[in-house]
Design a protein around this ligand. Structure first.
Ligand SMILES: *Cc1c(COP(=O)(O)O)cnc(C)c1O
Length: 379
């Protein structure tokens, strides 16, 4: 079955009691039991909900996993994965990870005895160098946010398999349409469903996809024990969003390529970060690992004043955090998404004051380009 067919059908059957084609929103907290100990597999809605279950089965199929568990946010999903570990364990992390992930690791989980090393995951050798006898997990985000570096998934996947430790990949930026990290050795895939999977900027959620039954069982245990579940309504929205994931991603990709090419030629733009451009340092790797490059682009304007001029003068592009929706969003990583990262570390990672990030939407691309062009004239 092809990806688009799976996106529309996997995990979903017409409702047996009514024939409803769409999975209903099962807005219930509990389920009546026929007799003591006899029920239909649903007892209490933190533990199981049919709308959430349909989404979980759908996402497991799209990533090629064994099971999926949905959470109230991407951060709740990531937090749950780290709860597979225990105090004293060491985790190797992509140095340029999502700001909220860095904050969770450094300001919350460190206090519970977990230890983190941040390395450039474009080279597997850096992961190998950071490895110690306490290392239990490698946590990669690829492409990195916002400068779009592509991790050496093949090399790192080989390393973690050889050492029998978990490789976790945050696949939010590519979606399973362009990249399925399990094919390269990931044991766990995590998404903020808030972004491309839902795709319409109207829901916050997260998912953990596992390949091992014992990991699936433990994540399910934690989902129920800790309780940061996705609501039935949000599960419905994400299921609905995923039905168009394939067509949306194709358009994000087509528009992304056009906008990146436009920016790369623009005299006011110093540098463009987009894996689809031949000058991107991991362009060949991106082509090998992924079937497209998507809609995420960062570009360097040179100064805070120039970045501000662009952000203040766009009309169609919305100045906002987040990404992956049908509408084009534009943001300033240094003061918005990455403000929680210390300034010296931001500078080292290339997150300068002049850097602007765009999540290219699926509007008519000529309108997006005209808007950026007009704003860049003011820079
Ligand atoms: C947004 C995002 C998260 C966090 O997800 P929330 O749904 O906002 O909690 C994690 N990783 C990446 C790459 C993201 O873009």
């Amino acid at each position: 079955m092809g990806f688009a067919t799976k996106a529309i059908h996997a995990g979903q059957e017409p409702d047996p009691s009514t024939g409803a084609v769409s999975v209903p929103i099962y807005q219930t907290s509990t389920y009546v039991q026929e007799a003591l100990g006899r029920h239909k597999g649903f007892e209490y809605a933190r533990t199981q909900n049919p709308t959430r279950l349909a989404l979980e089965r759908n996402l497991a199929a799209l990533e090629g996993g064994y099971a999926a568990h949905c959470f109230a946010s991407g951060m709740a999903a990531i937090d749950t994965i780290l709860k597979l570990l225990k105090a004293g364990d060491h985790v190797i992390v992509s140095e340029n990870t999502y700001g909220g992930t860095y904050r969770l690791f450094e300001s919350v989980l460190k206090n519970f005895g977990l230890d983190f090393s941040y390395v450039d995951t474009t080279e597997a050798a850096n992961v190998e160098r950071a490895w110690n006898e306490k290392t239990q997990m490698v946590f990669i985000e690829t492409p990195t946010n916002p400068i779009m570096a592509i991790a050496d998934l093949e090399g790192i996947g080989t390393l973690t398999r050889k050492r029998g430790k978990r490789l976790v990949v945050d696949n939010t930026f590519m979606s399973p349409y362009f990249l399925r990290p399990i094919e390269y050795g990931a044991e766990i895939v995590v998404h903020s469903t808030t972004k491309y999977l839902n795709g319409h900027s109207d829901s916050v959620g997260g998912v953990v996809v596992t390949i091992k039954p014992e990991d699936a069982e433990q994540i399910g245990f934690l989902q129920n024990a800790v309780g940061a579940i996705l609501s039935p309504f949000d599960a419905f929205l994400v299921l609905r969003g995923i039905k168009t994931l394939a067509v949306r991603m194709r358009q994000h990709d087509e528009n992304g390529r056009r906008v990146a090419a436009f920016l790369a030629e623009h005299p006011k733009v110093v540098k463009v970060y987009y894996p689809g451009l031949p000058q991107h340092p991991q362009h060949e790797r991106a082509k090998r690992l992924m079937s497209g490059h998507g809609g995420m682009i960062a570009f360097e304007t040179g100064t805070l004043a120039a970045a501000r001029a662009v952000l203040d003068n766009v009309r169609l592009c919305a100045l906002a955090e987040s990404l992956g929706g049908v509408e084009t969003l534009i943001s300033h990583p240094a003061t918005m998404t990455h403000a929680s990262i210390p300034a010296d570390q931001r500078a080292r990672l290339g997150i300068t004051d002049g850097l602007v990030r765009i999540s290219v939407g699926i509007e008519d691309v000529d309108d997006i380009i005209a808007d950026l062009d007009a704003a860049l004239q003011k820079a």
